[in-house]
Structures are given as C-alpha cells and as structure tokens.
Design a protein around this ligand. Structure first.
Ligand code: PLP
Length: 375
C-alpha cells in the first residue's frame, strides 16, 4: 500500500467544504452587480475591525500592499530607514523598498519574532519606523518595541501576516503599534480565495490617508489596491469560523508538542504570556536537507520559513542595510523546518507526520520534561 501523502497545506479542502456558502456569496455579489470596494468590502472592514480590536480598517488587495500603503500613509519614503528583522519573508522588505525607504535588518529572538535589543542597536538618525513581524504567530515583545519607538520617536508598523488571533498578555497582535498590516493569502489563519489584505489603526486621520493612498493618492502619488467584493464576501464567512479553525490548529500543535516531548525534535520555544496563533509549526533541525528528504520520501511535505536570511538573499542583499550582528536570524535560516499544520488536517495525516519525524530522529536518553510553555 502506498503511504498516506500529507500536503503542507490544503486550501482547496477547506474551500470544497464551503462550496454552498461560496455559491451564495457569488450570487449575492453578481446580483448586486458591483465587483470592487462596495457593500461587502465595507461590511468586511467593519467586522474585521471588531475582530482585531481596532476602530479603523481599510481592505486592500494583498498583505504586501498593506505594508507599503501603511508606510506611505505615514509619510515614510525616500531616504528613510525602516528597521525589520532579517528572518522575515521577502514581501516585508519588498514593501519597504516599494515605499522608497531602506530596509534595515536586525536580529530575532528564539521564537523567531523581532528582538527588541537588536532593533534598538539597528536604529539610526535616519530611522523613521520599526516593522516587527509576529513570525509564525509568535507575538513580538511589543511593550519593549513600543517603548523603544516612543523614546526614539518612531512609528510602529506591525506585520501581522502570520498573526491574526495571536495575543500578548491577552491583547491581540495588531493592536499595539501605530498601524497593522494583515495578509489573507490562502494559507493564512484568515484565508481568502486568492489575494487580499487589510490595514488596521486607531487613528482616524491616518485611516483616511490610507484610503487615499489605496486609490491612487490625493496629495501624494498612491497606488491601486482594491479588495474584490467576492473576496470580501468570502472572508466575511470565514471570519465567523476563524476561532474554531484556530482551536483546531492549537489542538494539532499541542499534539505535535506531546509527540515530540521525549525525542530530539526541537520545536521553537513559546514564551509565557504570548498567545500563539500558530500560523506555522516550526522545528529546528541540524541536517535540514536530509531531514526534509526523509520526510518527502515518507510522503510528508514540509516548508522552510525562511532561508536564506535576507542579508544573504541574492536579489535583496544590495538593497538592505545590516548594521548589527544577526546570530539568531542566521541560525534559524539554517535550521528551521515547518511541518504541516492546517485546520482541515486529518488525525491520520498528523499521525503520519509524527511517525515520519520521530522515525528520522535518534531517541533521547532522557525526557525534556514536557512540552514547551504556551499560554
Ligand atoms: C510575514 C509576511 N509578511 C508579508 C506578507 C505579504 O502578504 P501577501 O502575500 O498577501 O502580499 C506575507 C505573505 O505571505 C508574510 O508571510
């Protein structure tokens, strides 16, 4: 019998299960006859504002646009430096560069989120903003980063592409900084049937500038970044199920923790007080290529988020500045592997992943003493 093949993610499976609702949304939008920035988008903006605890939400076409538009609306542009972490994915720095600013890289902490100490060292007189990424769904140390921003008079743009539903001491990711950018890419916690993104802020005047930049600009040149009515209609349905999906991801992650607790497998740590939305379940592996090959041969797809660190990315190393050492970002870039984790994952699929991972590792001589803390 051929082994069970486990995909890394399966957006089609979730959408298949929602086919009836998708047809109704399609009919609603076609009957109304207007396909961008209309009633569905306005309703989604209002509903998402409640969900992310921010009074003002502006829907846009992608998460990358959400970051670029946030920077432009804040007046961050040519010659300005924006400090972000070296272990994020390319769109974070692509958005900074598209706004005309310079991405400056700092290090991560052991969870993969931005290190506040390293960010402080990377700030210069040209820095206008900090751009922490709540990587994998691990909320960054926002009190420390917002304190740094206050001291140095910087804006804080939270990249929440991985973090819808993550919290820090009960407060949601995206509710700390000046402004927050979300992606609804089809594998994210809140996932569209294509591309979509949103921007959230407490500041009404800033939200108005974001709306102007989204539609070509008013006083300064802007961009075209509209959300489709169909995506908004679909996302509204998904928003009602996102908590249940998050619980399923959480249960799957707990089961991984449990299964790996007396093995040599090392999941990234999770700090107490941080509620982890777990976009990705990430482990560190010493010999990554052979590990991934073994899992592939066992029918299990894996991912790497992200390698190389962006100071070494061929297309970007001339664009970024790297004023501080990046030991953690470089370590993670060399060792991280993401295991399948998606809300429609079946128990038998997870069992196959666990068997493949554990089977590839030497047994430990003693127990790690339970799963890492996660609150
Ligand atoms: C950390 C991070 N930032 C930004 C983005 C950009 O979002 P999008 O793909 O919707 O443009 C992504 C997308 O996958 C991401 O993972």
């Amino acid at each position: 019998m051929s082994p069970l093949r486990v995909p890394f993610a399966d957006p089609g499976r979730a959408a298949q299960a929602e086919m009836g609702e998708i047809r109704l949304a399609l009919e609603r939008v076609v009957d109304r006859g207007w396909f961008v920035l209309d009633e569905e988008v306005r309703a989604f903006e209002a509903e998402f504002a409640v969900a992310c605890h921010r009074p003002h939400v502006v829907a846009v076409a992608t998460g990358t646009d959400a970051i670029e538009i946030s920077l432009r609306a804040l007046g961050v542009g040519a010659g300005d430096e924006v400090v972000t972490q070296a272990n994020t994915c390319v769109p974070t720095i692509a958005a900074i560069a598209r706004a005309g600013a310079i991405p400056v890289l700092c290090d991560a902490d052991s969870t993969g989120a931005m290190s506040a100490e390293s960010a402080a060292d990377a700030v210069s007189t040209a820095t206008r903003a900090l751009l922490p990424v709540h990587l994998y769904g691990h909320c960054a140390d926002m009190p420390a980063l917002c304190g740094l921003a206050r001291d140095r008079r910087l804006h804080v743009i939270e990249d929440c592409a991985h973090a819808f539903g993550a919290t820090l001491h009960g407060r949601p990711a995206g509710s700390f900084g000046t402004i927050a950018a979300f992606s609804f890419y089809p594998t994210k916690q809140l996932a569209a049937l294509g591309d979509a993104g949103a921007i959230a802020t407490d500041d009404a005047a800033l939200a108005a500038r974001v709306r102007a930049v989204r539609a070509y600009g008013e006083t300064d040149p802007g961009v075209n970044s509209r959300m489709d009515e169909l995506q908004a209609a679909f996302l509204r349905g998904r928003l009602t199920r996102v908590d249940a999906d998050a619980q399923r991801r959480e249960a799957l992650a707990d089961r991984y923790d449990e299964a790996f607790s007396d093995t040599a497998v090392s999941p990234l740590p999770r700090h107490p007080g941080r509620g982890h939305a777990l976009h990705l379940y990430v482990i560190e592996v010493a010999r990554r290529d052979s590990f991934r090959r073994a899992l592939h041969d066992a029918g299990v797809a894996t991912g790497v988020h992200y390698a190389p660190a962006l100071n070494a990315a061929p297309a970007w190393r001339q664009v970024v500045k790297t004023p501080v050492p990046l030991p953690m970002a470089e370590r993670l870039a060399g060792r991280v592997v993401s295991l399948p984790l998606f809300s429609t994952m079946r128990d038998a699929e997870q069992a196959a992943v666990v068997a493949a991972v554990v089977g590839s590792q030497p047994r430990r001589s003693h127990s790690r003493g339970g799963s890492p803390s996660r609150t």
